[in-house]
Design a protein around this ligand. Structure first.
Ligand code: 4AD
Ligand code: MG
Length: 487
């Protein structure tokens, strides 16, 4: 017998004997003379329709792991062209159907978040795992082609890259536990494993900058952590960030072009993939067993979203212009906001959504560039000299961008980096960033520093955007957010 996965079997149009399918029972229908069992294995949204003798199905329940052996035969009238006529059933993993927290019925997204260890068994959630994997493959291919070196940066760091004070501090409990094993002179280590406070990284950027100045172009996809109390569908405490850094450029548009080309590649791959087709199918039909719809996006909306990404040529507007558009929309009553758009206060989520909806027509992402320096971290280089951005004054702007998309607002952010040591020190002082932990970062500016820039993209937000799932907590297998870390 040959074991065949469900995706492959379903695409097989010829009859065959001695077929072995391994998977989990998705649904079960018993009649007097026959039982119908749908079995899936996560390789596709679909299940194999299997026909069994009722006595062979007696021990089965939705969720049980089984091996079905039989013949692949053309079927009359069912929704599938073929069905598995089963001669032998083996239960590989029995299921306690009564107590299984995952029941074969609609269960709310909020409930499913309480059982993240079982949630991926829902076919639509399994599909999200495959999407994530495929997008990583697309990104890896893209960066390879473009000559970027994939690197790994540390998780435990000595600084707060964004200077927003949202770091998790690494505790030294591990050292305390092993106290007995330390010799008397090691007291300092007992107090502090790393001697001074260390933090879980909020961004790989600073370390990536160091690596870029060795090989020119680098990227990483790594975990990042933020002790941020934002309880929104877009924020997690632990998330993956895709970051890249490139040298020898003093033109912000070079960085934006990398972001754009990268997402064009990802979306094009998706449009021509089986995973893409299945995502659309999942949107079209609510019939998929225990699917958890989290928003009202249709298949056509989702496809338009991918096409908008894949076609490139996304609008690029300055922050000052964005504020102008928002204020004009208020004056002409074409939009109302809870918060007045204001240059000094900055863009609120509702403003970002409006910009994505109007400037990007809801389908193209929008780059907003040259934010006031006051709103951005210390490491950003000033905008190219113009009268309004000559540095120092309160209206000075930095050479940066945010990439805005509908619903999720900020998908990515990037900038040119201040590569001159004195200007960097002034910016650090201005922002109250302590130089201590960042001596090494200043060093990068002392020894062969070149103009460079880079960006960071919220990888989980990207998966959300591509899948159309409304909440980032539902695209991450084991989501963590304020107050919640289930397993
Ligand atoms: O805008 P952020 O904070 O930028 C940085 O950290 C830069 N150092 C990146 C760089 O230039 N290398 O974060 C980058 C992106 C955001 O645009 C957003 O998509 C995502 O990371 N992000 C989050 N995603 C999920 N949950 C959170 N709490 C997030 N915070 C930021
Ligand atoms: Mg940002």
């Amino acid at each position: 017998h040959e074991r065949v996965d469900v995706a492959r079997l379903l695409s097989q149009q010829t009859e065959a004997n001695g077929v072995d399918v391994h998977g989990w029972v998705r649904s079960l229908r018993r009649q007097k003379k026959v039982a119908f069992v749908a079995v899936g294995d996560g390789t596709t949204l679909e299940s194999v329709q299997a026909v069994l003798k009722p006595e062979d199905a007696a021990q089965l329940s939705t969720g049980a792991a089984v091996r079905l052996t039989g013949s692949w035969k053309a079927s009359k009238g069912s929704k599938q062209s073929h069905e598995l006529q089963v001669t032998q059933v083996a239960i590989l993993g029995a299921n306690d159907a009564e107590h299984n927290p995952l029941q074969p019925k609609y269960q709310t997204p909020e409930y499913l978040r309480t059982i993240p260890h079982l949630r991926p068994r829902i076919p639509a959630n399994a599909l999200l795992l495959r999407l994530r994997s495929q997008v990583i493959a697309s990104l890896t291919h893209f960066f390879n082609q473009q000559g970027f070196v994939q690197t790994h940066t540390p998780i435990i760091t000595s600084s707060d890259c964004e200077g927003a004070g949202e770091v998790f501090t690494v505790s030294s409990n591990a050292a305390k536990d092993s106290e007995q094993r330390l010799k008397p002179g090691d007291q300092a280590q007992v107090e502090h494993f790393f001697r001074t406070n260390k933090y879980l990284t909020v961004s790989a950027q600073l370390h990536l900058e160091a690596l870029a100045q060795a090989v020119d172009k680098v990227w990483t996809l790594s975990p990042t952590f933020r002790a941020e109390r934002s309880d929104t569908p877009r924020h997690l405490s632990e998330f993956y960030m895709l970051e890249a850094e490139l040298c020898f450029t003093n033109d912000l548009s070079d960085v934006m072009t990398v972001v754009e080309n990268m997402l064009v590649a990802v979306a094009s791959d998706l449009l021509s993939s089986h995973t893409g087709a299945e995502l659309l199918k999942a949107r079209e039909s609510s019939q998929a067993e225990h699917e958890s719809p989290t928003d009202s996006l249709t298949a056509a909306d989702l496809k338009a979203r991918w096409t908008g990404l894949a076609s490139g040529a996304w609008p690029r507007i300055t922050y000052a212009h964005a504020i102008h558009l928002l204020q004009t929309a208020v004056t002409t009553s074409s939009a109302t906001f809870a918060f007045e758009p204001s240059y000094e206060v900055g863009l609120q989520a509702e403003h970002e959504r409006w910009l994505a909806a109007t400037v990007g027509e809801g389908q193209r992402p929008v780059f907003v560039t040259d934010y006031p320096a006051a709103q951005k971290p210390f490491y950003m280089a000033p905008s190219p000299t113009s009268s309004e951005s000559s540095g120092g004054d309160e209206h000075s702007t930095v050479a940066c961008f945010d990439l805005l998309v509908s619903e999720l607002c900020e998908l990515a952010g990037g900038s040119l980096r201040e590569h001159r040591v004195q200007e960097l020190q002034v910016a650090m002082q201005g922002k109250g960033v302590e130089g201590g932990g960042l001596e090494w970062y200043q060093d990068l500016r002392r020894y062969g520093s070149v103009p460079h820039g880079g960006f960071g993209l919220g990888f989980d937000r990207l998966i959300c955007y591509l899948s159309g799932v409304g909440n980032v907590r539902d695209v991450v297998a084991f989501p963590r957010w304020v107050g919640r870390c289930e397993c």
